[in-house]
Write a protein that binds this ligand. Structure first.
Ligand code: HSE
Length: 433
């Protein structure tokens, strides 16, 4: 059996699972591509840490030793972070070695340089594992959707935050307990703020939008809000409105403008996306000719992510066997056909809104608020007021479709009233793109 040398950079939750997966599934893998993968070297931070089934002789602390090792044909970057990962990946590409990476932060921030380098070097950069764990969304958008125009991509692409939201919604778990559970299960990022603040989802959305619309997207183009400000009350009210709260990542080509954002949204409980629970990810792609496609599966965790890494290795092996590594460009679009789309400002979007005000429970307050909303062209759909404590009450209003700028203007004015006791919580309603 022909062998391909692999160098692993990083041997944490995913790295160990890749190492184990290559050994345990060797037969199935070679039946698909005619090669065996031979892990030649592994770069780790801590050599003395116990790693089940990983031969200590392969370990080194110097990642460049792995990248430059003569027997390493493919470099698998699983160390995360930006600077060292960038150095490792670009050095490997310059050495004309293929690269597989799960590093969404790296691709979101430096993807253009990396894709360009891979293209010029005529080698492959596989990054299926960077978005949605085991779900083959990269390959689907890049290769399977090749005829129509993609109108939108939307979904749940952070397993940790979805796990937390599902636990808070279904089991009334506290935010802290749910996060700890997700960390123990190996879902969360090294810095879990990335998960709960929406940053990890934004990294992934940047990559997806790049592939979907053939446009260079920058991380700073994404409007990002996390789940950290949601309170148990919001989940209770959501249920009363027949809705659930999800951290949605959406990217839409809106008449030539890119509308790209990550934020909590209230979706109708009977919408397919509402039923995506726990660490599961789901991505819906709306294609001009094919219609709506939805991909669902485990979005985080060692084995799930390793399966995508190994699929990329198999893909590279197949191309190596036929000397056709540059067959598909890294983004799926020919470089000269990619162009930057202007951005749609979040203030100009239109939709329904959930507004939770915290106000004095006394006559005239609601009337005054309704007046301000009306003055700003905002029409009320429903109102709930419940749970008075110490004369203060949460007052929730769902609006009909309104322009975001007007909604923010009205909230600002209401929050400055002497009868308002806390900043208003705004959650966008999402009834489908
Ligand atoms: N922390 C990420 C998540 C892991 O929870 O989705 C997969 O990228």
């Amino acid at each position: 059996m022909k062998k391909i040398g692999v160098g692993l950079l990083g041997c944490g939750v995913v790295g160990e699972a890749v190492y184990r997966g290559l050994a345990e599934n060797a037969k199935a893998i070679s039946a698909r591509c005619g090669f065996q993968f031979d892990v030649k070297k592994i770069a780790v931070n801590n050599i003395s840490k116990k790693r089940v089934g990983v031969s200590g002789g392969l370990l080194t602390k110097k990642y460049m030793e792995v990248v430059q090792a003569p027997g390493v044909d493919i470099v698998v970057e699983l160390m995360g972070g930006e600077e060292d990962a960038f150095t490792a990946v670009t050095t490997a590409l310059k050495l004309k070695k293929h690269v597989v990476t799960a590093n969404k932060l790296l691709l979101a921030k430096r993807g253009e340089e990396i894709f360009d380098l891979a293209q010029k070097a005529g080698v492959k950069i596989g990054f299926e594992a960077s978005v949605a764990g085991a779900v083959p969304v990269i390959r689907t958008i890049k290769e399977a959707i090749a005829s129509g125009k993609i109108k939108s991509v939307f979904g749940i692409i952070n397993g940790t935050s979805n796990f937390i939201l599902s636990s808070m919604m279904e089991r009334q778990t506290t935010f802290a307990d749910a996060l700890e559970e997700a960390q123990n299960l190996g879902y969360a990022e090294a810095d879990p703020t990335f998960d709960v603040a929406g940053i990890d989802a934004a990294h992934k959305l940047t990559i997806l939008a790049n592939l979907a619309f053939g446009t260079p997207v920058k991380l700073k183009d994404v409007h990002i809000e996390g789940i950290g400000l949601l309170t148990p009350d919001d989940f209770i009210f959501a249920r009363q409105f027949g809705r659930v709260i999800k951290l949605l990542a959406t990217a839409k080509n809106d008449d030539g403008k890119l509308d790209i954002r990550v934020h909590p949204a209230m979706v109708p409980a009977n919408m397919p996306i509402a039923r995506i629970d726990g660490v599961t990810n789901a991505v819906e792609v709306d294609v001009s000719d094919a219609g709506r496609l939805m991909l669902i599966g485990p979005g985080a965790g060692g084995d799930a992510t390793a399966s995508a890494v190994i699929a990329d290795l198999v893909d590279i092996a197949r191309d190596m066997a036929h000397c056709s590594s540059a067959r598909v460009s890294p983004t799926g679009f020919l470089p000269h056909s990619r162009k930057r789309l202007p951005l749609k400002n979040i203030d100009s979007i239109k939709g329904g809104y959930y507004l939770r005000f915290t106000v004095d429970d006394k006559p005239g307050v609601l009337a005054k608020m309704a007046g301000i909303l009306g003055d700003n062209g905002i029409s009320i759909d429903s109102v709930i007021q419940k749970g008075r404590t110490g004369g203060i009450v949460p007052l929730v209003i769902l609006t009909h479709e309104a322009v975001e700028k007007s909604v923010k203007k009205a909230i600002n004015k209401i929050d400055r009233l002497s009868t308002s006791q806390a900043r208003t919580m705004l959650i966008r309603l999402e009834d489908g793109l």
